[in-house]
Ligand binder design. Structure first.
Ligand code: F6R
Length: 252
């Protein structure tokens, strides 16, 4: 069945270093918003996105970039954290973006473990114009860990041990990363009109090479992005180091 699929080659922009890659993603997101102020954005959290949101907040302050008519749907959220927990993705989004821009509070959505079907329906109704993604060291996108089905939709998943270890840095001393999270599925992500994936740092090099050049398999969820016809990967040189050299010369 998979063999009958047509695979795409995502556009690739390799920037010299991390900051330049973050600025590139921010500029593309800003261009989307300027071209279509009522854009529906799919948003990600994580370390990779901190500089992106910082740049967008600066563009809001200094260049009048407005989120007033935008709508957003975040990729994922931990299960079981109390409202306002500092390590929740809701707090992350508030701290890094929402508190600093003009997006109406009720236009920003995060998934909830108790209403996955409603979240999926709300996304289907609006349609995501632009989805931004980071990538896990194990190739996860959103919290679609290895093994996730290409047909998956918003649902509760068990986090991989490696993901919990990587994200422990975001939790206060004495608290552990939740075992479960709610995430958009692979099919939800692939329903976006266009997708931008940001990969920075050496730790992502293996996952990025497998995503773009490895076999298409649920063992490596990011490879499913090759089923979408409008994906751009933005990386720094460190994350691109295991890509074949012909590709790393290509600027998208
Ligand atoms: C976050 C998300 C995750 C991260 C990934 C990379 O909302 O969906 O897939 O994008 O874990 O995280 P960082 O950027 O912290 O390395």
């Amino acid at each position: 069945m998979m063999a009958a699929q047509k695979y795409e080659t995502p556009a690739l922009a390799v920037l010299p270093e991390r900051h330049a890659a973050e600025m590139d993603l921010a500029a593309r997101l800003a261009a989307q918003l300027r071209g279509k102020p009522d854009s529906v954005l799919g948003l990600a959290t994580g370390n990779s996105m901190v500089g992106v949101y910082r740049a967008l907040v600066e563009m809001h302050r200094n260049e009048g970039l407005s989120f007033a008519r935008a709508t957003s749907f975040n990729l994922d959220e931990y299960c079981g954290l109390p409202n306002g927990h500092p390590s929740s993705f809701a707090s992350y989004m508030q701290d890094h973006l929402f508190a600093h821009v003009d997006m109406p509070r009720n236009s920003a959505h995060l998934p909830d473990e108790n209403s996955c079907a409603e979240y999926e329906a709300a996304i289907a109704k609006k349609g995501i114009d632009l989805q931004i993604l980071g990538i896990g060291r194990n190739g996860h996108i959103g919290f679609n860990e290895p093994g996730a089905a290409v047909t998956s939709r918003t649902r509760v998943v068990e986090l991989a041990a490696a993901t919990r270890a990587a994200n422990q840095r975001d939790f206060p001393d004495g608290e552990t990363v939740p075992t479960h999270a709610v995430t958009m599925g692979i099919a939800t992500i692939l329903s976006a009109r266009s997708i931008l994936l940001l990969a920075t740092g050496e730790a992502k090099a293996d996952a990025l090479a497998r995503a773009l050049e490895g076999p298409i398999t649920p063992d490596n969820p990011a490879c499913f992005l090759r089923l979408h016809s409008d994906v751009t990967v933005i990386s720094d040189r460190d994350a691109a180091r295991f890509l074949s050299s012909t590709r790393t010369n290509t600027d998208a």
